[in-house]
Every structure is written in C-alpha cells, then in structure tokens.
Design a protein around this ligand. Structure first.
Ligand SMILES: O=C(O)CCC(=O)C(=O)O
Length: 271
C-alpha cells in the first residue's frame, strides 16, 4: 500500500496493514529469539519467568475460549510481557525505523511515546481464541490517542487464528468506552462486516485502541507469533501506577531533551 494512503485508510477503517516492515534477516532472528523463550520457559530465570503468561492458566479462568482443557494445552505460552527485558534486540525494536515511519504518519508528527512491548503467542494446535474487545480499557490512559501495533513473525491466516477486526468501530464516543469493552458478547457487536487480517510474515498491523477486534484459536501445526507494542500520542498519559521498561521514550521527538534521552537509552542498550 502507498504511504500516501496510510492516514486516510487508518482514519476510515481504524486499522492498517503495511507489508515488509521486517526484512527477512531480522524476521528470522526475532523468530529465533522468541523460540528461545517458548521452547523451554521453565529454564528461564525467575526475574524473566514472572513476565510469562501460560495458556493453561488462562484456560483455567476462561474455559469458554478453548475447546481444550488446561491439562491438554501443556506448557504452551500465551503472552510474554516486557519483551525488551528478554533480549536487547527486542528493546532495539523501539527504534525500528519502518514502524516509526508509519506511526509518525498516523500520529501526524513525531511527538509520540513508547508504552510497552509484548509477544502474543498463539501456540500450534492448542491456543485459546481472543474474545472481542477494545484495547483502551486495558491501557488506563487519559484519552484514546493511542495506537496498537503488531509485527507479525508468522503469516497470519484463518487457520492459525489471524486477528479479526470490525472496521470503523473505532469511531465511538469516548464516554461510551469502558470496562465492558474488555469482553464484548457476540450479541452486542455492531452489525458491520468482519475482516480477517490475513497478511504475510514481516507485516505490521496497526490499529486504533478503540477498534473492536478478536481472533480465533490456532489449530494449525505452527505457532503464530505477533510482537505487539503500544504507543501514545500527544496529551495522552497513563493514569495508574504501572510503568513498563523504556516507557515514555520518544524516538521521533523534535524536542532536544527527548532526543538526548532516546539516544542515550539506545546507547545503553547497545552496551
Ligand atoms: O492476536 C490476536 O489475534 C489478537 C490479539 C489482541 O487482540 C490483543 O493483543 O489485544
């Protein structure tokens, strides 16, 4: 898709797919780095293990989202929070220029800040589906000027649980969005056509935090992994005590003090 259309399509649909955001060498390297975590999570040190969410624990609390039992999903991981703490190459993704180019276009300038990076793993054969939801109520911010981005490490297909979006549902009055939007029953969904976001590995999918989306389970023989980051635009701030690694770094800011912070942070990560 032509970059001149990014802002227009995003404003209309509430989401955007940009292919070829990860070149093949980096894509392979990131897949390997995620596999290092998922293949034997029990071997990780405690300071990293605390950021892992296992599928079996999710299934115990949310049996309705999986046709398998907690015992049947084994040691599969569902989510790796605080990804930048696991490997410097994940931290360096905060400065990944092809993604920053899209974000700068969608935010309408460089004054946007990093919030966090995680990895959603839909493990081969056993993953749960994702309920219909909006991201904003999970994020606890003073406003909705936030963008969710997904860097796809694998092709997203119907069979492996590609994310499904309801285009246009981001255009909603702010006061109508609340905790009920973290799990929207099928019967309460707006009557708009659904779109399954099928795209090749290396694509970036960006969406407005008020866009309704969900995703099927992965019943294919290969994992489906997305690196997910959240970014906040101007005049949009966190309202809870929670803070994440490198939160607040502004890699495209024009402010000299922010540029210094960004440069010094990146230098420390490089070691
Ligand atoms: O991976 C998916 O299919 C959905 C992920 C998602 O909805 C989320 O992380 O908020």
């Amino acid at each position: 898709m032509k970059s001149e259309l990014w802002a227009q399509d995003y404003a209309r649909d509430g989401y955007l797919v940009v292919e070829d955001c990860l070149e093949p060498g980096l894509l392979g390297h990131l897949r390997d780095a995620v596999a290092q975590i998922t293949q034997d999570p029990d071997r990780l040190p405690d300071h990293l293990k605390r950021w892992l969410d296992f599928e079996r624990d999710y299934v115990r609390g949310h049996a309705q989202y999986n046709d398998l039992t907690a015992g049947e999903v084994g040691n599969a991981l569902r989510n790796i929070m605080e990804l930048p703490l696991f490997h410097p190459d994940f931290a360096r993704l905060i400065w990944h220029e092809p993604l920053l180019d899209v974000l700068e276009t969608l935010f309408g300038g460089g004054e946007f800040a990093f919030h966090n990076y995680k990895c959603i793993v839909k493990a081969a054969r056993v993953s749960s589906r994702f309920c219909w939801h909006r991201d904003l109520p999970y994020l606890y911010h003073s406003g909705p000027n936030l963008i969710t981005t997904m860097l796809c490490l694998d092709d997203m297909t119907e069979a492996n649980g590609a994310t499904v979006v309801l285009p246009g549902t981001h255009r909603v009055p702010l006061e109508s969005v609340g905790p009920k939007d973290t799990d929207i029953p099928e019967a309460d969904l707006p009557d708009v056509p659904r779109r399954t976001v099928c795209c090749p590995a290396g694509s970036a999918v960006l969406f407005h935090v008020n866009l309704i989306h969900g995703g099927g389970p992965n019943r294919s023989d290969a994992p489906r992994r997305n690196l997910i980051s959240i970014w906040s635009g101007q005049d949009t701030y966190p309202i809870t005590a929670a803070r994440y690694a490198y939160q607040g770094v502004m890699p495209r800011s024009h402010d000299a003090a922010r540029q210094l912070q960004s440069r010094m942070t990146l230098e420390r990560i490089a070691g």
